[in-house]
Ligand binder design. Structure first.
Ligand SMILES: Cc1cc2nc3c(=O)[nH]c(=O)nc-3n(C[C@H](O)[C@H](O)[C@H](O)COP(=O)(O)OP(=O)(O)OC[C@H]3O[C@@H](n4cnc5c(N)ncnc54)[C@H](O)[C@@H]3O)c2cc1C
Length: 402
């Protein structure tokens, strides 16, 4: 009897890998280990519909419990994988058990970035990455009047939209000159800044938080310019870091994420990785990239599952991503950096438009607001017009730390 395929992490990438293995005819033992308490779930609604209370748990779960039994996939939640022995082809669990594998997939995702900030451990200070985080936030969000958000990236701005919608006094503090600066053009930042201001959100741009104040519970944020912003709930939305410790301590190559090749193979035979935790070579962008997106988790996991079964399909996606803020849906197709001009088509003031990024005559990427058809067409076009094979550097959409 051959050893099972084991998957570490029970999130977006793991589910896709497990499902693909079964669809492609793998009928051996298959076990998913997840250190959270829940069925595998989608994270995007955690800062959108689920946070607002407009989506229930059942819809958050990627598959119902019955799926695992029907597909003969053993799901072990509340179980941490603590080490890998690549030479013995085995893993160890938090309870000390050792298990052999034929192939191993690392789909360990990211964790919220923690920053050395005085007051960060006070009650009322949160990060937003897990269902447990949402439960904790909800418990104090109802009573909170003043909400302060550190970081004007996607999660910070989505949280601001939800909190403003609940009638809270919301302040976003962002060190850069504009929100979402690392991934979108100034016109897109301006559009969303205006939208947030119209909903009463205060944006403190080019500002740093010196410390959070309070005795046991947070009461405010002291800014670099000497001002004090009152707060009874603070969200730290300052990015995420890939979970790579397991790979690192097993001696696998790790750069900005767990290093994989275009087939999602790590540097150790029989060990694969997919999703937020990886960095992979992109022929399209002429360099290694790390993405944090549902698209990447799903598509790379599918490639990893195929590779485990001996297929040789290469991974080189047109990255795409979305963000919902109020009634505006931002959709991003491809990475935009290296652009030298933009063009807007549609009704910018009316909130329905496409912004195209060009380098010379070459279309690099397209952002759309409330124009899903244009987004779909852009993805198709960008896939057809093909990779940027001249090696131009790029960064953008949901690339690491966006
Ligand atoms: C609030 C929020 C909003 C988002 N919004 C969007 C969006 O609008 N669009 C978009 O494209 N993307 C969005 N994302 C990003 C998207 O959710 C991620 O890119 C995606 O979940 C990555 O999937 P993954 O499988 O790589 O990792 P994850 O889904 O994070 O799963 C990894 C799992 O592995 C577990 N794990 C780690 N180490 C171990 C171990 N040693 N043993 C056992 N288990 C372990 C982790 O606890 C976790 O449960 C959002 C993310 C967040 C947090």
């Amino acid at each position: 009897m051959t050893d099972p395929i084991l998957i570490v992490g029970a999130g977006q990438a793991s589910i896709k890998a497990a499902e693909t293995l079964r669809q492609k005819g793998y009928d051996g033992d298959l076990v998913l280990f997840g250190d959270e308490a829940f069925l595998p779930y989608q994270r995007p609604p955690l800062s959108k519909a689920y946070l607002k209370g407009e989506m229930d748990e059942e819809r958050l779960f990627l598959r119902p419990e019955a799926y695992f039994e029907a597909a003969f996939v053993e799901l072990r939640t509340r179980t941490s994988v603590t080490s890998i022995d690549p030479a013995a082809k085995s893993i160890a669990l938090s309870d000390g058990t050792r298990l052999p594998y034929s192939s191993l997939l690392l789909a360990t995702g990211t964790r919220a970035r923690q920053i050395p900030l005085e007051g960060a451990a006070l009650e009322g200070v949160f990060s937003l990455r897990t269902m447990a985080d949402v439960a904790a936030i909800r418990a104090s969000l109802n009573a909170a009047e003043n909400v302060v958000i550190l970081g004007g990236g996607y999660i910070g701005m989505e949280f601001a939209a939800v909190a403003a919608g609940l009638g809270k006094t919301v302040t976003v503090i962002e060190a850069c000159r504009r929100v979402m600066e690392r991934s979108v053009a100034p016109e897109i930042s301006t559009y969303f800044q205006n939208l947030h201001r119209a909903h009463g959100v205060t944006l403190r741009l080019e500002q740093k938080v010196e410390r959070l104040t309070g005795e046991t519970t947070v009461t405010g944020a002291a800014l670099g310019d000497g001002t004090q912003v009152p707060a009874d709930l603070v969200l730290l939305a300052v990015g995420a870091v890939p979970v790579t410790e397991l790979a690192q301590s097993a001696g696998l190559a790790v750069g900005s994420g767990i290093t994989v090749d275009k087939y999602a193979r790590t540097s150790a035979p029989g060990i694969y990785a997919a999703g937020d935790c990886t960095e992979f070579p992109s022929a399209r962008y002429g360099r290694s990239i790390r993405l944090e997106s549902v698209q990447n988790a799903i598509d790379q996991a599918r490639i990893a599952a195929g590779s485990m079964l001996g297929e040789t399909e290469a991974y080189d996606p047109v990255p795409w991503f979305w963000s919902d803020q109020y009634d505006a849906k931002l959709q991003i197709a491809a990475l935009s950096s290296g652009y030298d001009r933009t063009e807007i088509e549609g009704d910018y003031d009316g909130g329905r438009f496409a912004l195209r990024y060009f380098q010379g005559d070459r279309l690099l990427a397209v952002d759309t607001v409330n124009a899903p058809r244009d987004h779909m067409m852009a993805r198709k076009l960008l896939a057809r017009t093909g990779p940027d094979r001249d090696g131009t550097p790029a960064n953008g959409t949901r690339e690491a730390a966006a």
